[in-house]
Design a protein around this ligand. Structure first.
Ligand code: SAM
Length: 282
């Protein structure tokens, strides 16, 4: 079901609101957030006052697009989210619109100049590790072929978990533990609000391989503070986590970048630049 809510009477049963945890923290996000100010700067430089169409996948109550459209006069945004809370509490703005639908069912009527996944990709999980990888790849393939314009840009904001050894063991352990149903009450008590459902975080290199497999080229990576210290010791040791940090990663269509002669260096494309910013990522 695709529901365009602009100008409509938004009603959602409170009893349907079971997933408050998904979007409650995003209420505090504003233009000052490191990722939003960087996104605004990149969009301004790239599109220079042209009309800009944005899709925010899993954009929740619309905090991100509300801030972007408030700063960018020529931006128009669709949020695609299947949470009843998004339906109930979507922030009203003349140039934003909620499409209340599962992203995997969403059939875009147009392509977008900017596509955003803000702390969403790790929520695309299946019953097994294999199914989960397939879902995450499916989301990015869909974005590459059907959603983003050729000269467009994709913003990924993710929490990256770097293991003390191995390439991606920390994210895998978190996934296996958070998907367990029988122990979910204990893990929720200990602070894992996704216990019983599962989340699949990854190391930066693990995501990088997936982005490239789906036809994207990595541009800038802007890394927020290392927030490993906020990770309780009972998690850090069993999760063999050396570092966790949040970052904004900018992707573009690799073929389009090649045709413009941008940073075309075969498979091992280097990051254009890596910046560190101070941010409260907790
Ligand atoms: C951690 S919240 C992030 C919300 C928002 N992007 C932000 O940064 O404030 C994850 C969001 O993804 C949405 N989501 C998860 N799976 C989805 C799916 N398959 N289709 C659409 N939205 C989904 C949830 O409803 C939730 O709003």
């Amino acid at each position: 079901m695709q529901q365009n809510l602009q100008g409509q009477n938004m009603e959602a049963s409170k009893s349907k609101v079971q997933d408050i945890k998904f979007v409650e923290w995003s209420r505090g996000v504003n233009e000052e957030s490191y990722d939003l100010s960087e996104m605004t700067r990149i969009i301004e430089n790239r599109f220079k006052g042209k009309s800009i169409k944005i899709a925010d996948i899993g954009g929740g109550i619309g905090t991100t697009v509300n801030a972007l459209c408030s700063s960018l006069d020529t931006a128009y945004a669709d949020v695609i989210d299947n949470s009843p809370l998004a339906l109930e509490s979507f922030i009203s703005h003349a140039r934003t619109n909620l499409i209340y639908e599962d992203f995997f069912d969403f059939k875009a009527e147009r392509k977008y100049d900017v596509v955003i996944f803000r702390t969403v990709l790790h929520h695309f999980v299946g019953q097994s590790e294999k199914e989960t990888l397939a879902l995450q790849i499916k989301a990015l393939n869909k974005t590459h072929s059907n959603l983003v314009t050729e000269g467009g840009v994709v913003f990924i904001i993710e929490n990256f978990y770097e293991p003390a050894f191995g390439s991606d063991i920390t994210g895998r352990i978190i996934y296996e533990l958070t998907k367990l149903k029988f122990s979910s009450a204990v893990f929720r008590y200990l602070g894992a609000n996704t216990a019983g459902e599962g989340v699949r975080f990854r190391s930066f290199n693990s995501w990088k391989r997936i982005f490239e497999k789906c036809g994207f080229e990595l541009g800038t990576k802007i890394t927020a503070d290392d927030w490993s210290m906020s990770m309780p010791i009972w998690q850090r040791i069993p999760f063999v986590c050396k570092n966790r940090h949040q970052a904004l990663v900018v992707l573009q269509n690799a073929a389009a970048a090649d045709s413009r002669g941008e940073e075309s260096k075969g498979k091992s494309k280097r990051l254009e630049q890596e910046l560190h910013v101070e941010a409260c990522a907790a």
